[in-house]
Design a protein around this ligand. Structure first.
Ligand code: ATP
Ligand code: SKM
Ligand code: MG
Length: 163
């Protein structure tokens, strides 16, 4: 079974993914952590040294490599915006959107120095990005799970959605 968690930065993909993977007895693969390990540098360093298009290329390659694994895959916030990556993911498993509000995501990510898009954007710009991305996440998801609950409850909701 392969479960891809997608959604805006701060919706809880990594946090919920860890709990869900334990519950299901599957490994958790976080695409951001995978890229950091592969590149030997942080995401802010990759963005600063190579630019965002390079990061997106590496991210798409990572999804392609990982999409056949029996695992919970916590995607980077932009990974499932790529139509090819989303198609690979859908062919191989469930793509679950963690549907949190902008205010909730923003409260969790504001001031974070490990997310270059947060660092370079105002709150208004992030809200615009959230609105732009919302429809794309939905279009690419096979399941939508509503948030507003604890990470443990989110993990239960995801497990119930994909069973
Ligand atoms: N359901 C939740 N309730 C309360 N706090 C949460 C919940 N989900 C995540 N958090 C907290 O929000 C922060 C961001 O969560 P997380 O890193 O899992 O987001 P993400 O979706 O993986 O973001 P990114 O797209 O940047 O990888 C963390 O500090 C985490 O503890
Ligand atoms: O939403 C995004 O575009 C991103 C989210 C993070 O998970 C990282 O993949 C990176 O900071 C970009
Ligand atoms: Mg994450």
């Amino acid at each position: 079974m392969t479960i891809f968690l997608c959604g805006f930065m701060g919706c809880g993909k990594t946090t919920v993914g860890e709990i869900l993977a334990k519950q299901l007895g599957l490994p958790l693969i976080d695409t951001d952590a995978y890229i950091v390990e592969q590149e030997g540098r942080s995401i802010p360093e990759i963005f600063a040294q190579e630019g965002e298009p390079y990061f997106r290329k590496v991210e798409a390659q990572a999804i392609r490599t990982l999409c056949t694994k029996n695992a919970v895959i916590a995607c980077g916030g932009g990974a499932m915006l790529n139509p090819d990556s989303a198609a690979y993911a859908r062919e191989n498993g469930a793509v679950v959107l963690l549907n949190e509000s902008f205010d909730t995501c923003y409260a969790r990510i504001q001031g974070d120095t490990n997310r270059p898009i947060v660092q370079r954007s105002t709150k208004e710009e992030l809200h615009q990005l959230f609105d732009q991305r919302a429809g794309i996440y939905r279009a690419h998801a096979s399941h939508v799970v509503d948030g507003g609950v604890s990470p443990e409850q989110m993990a239960e909701r995801v497990a119930a959605a994909v069973q």
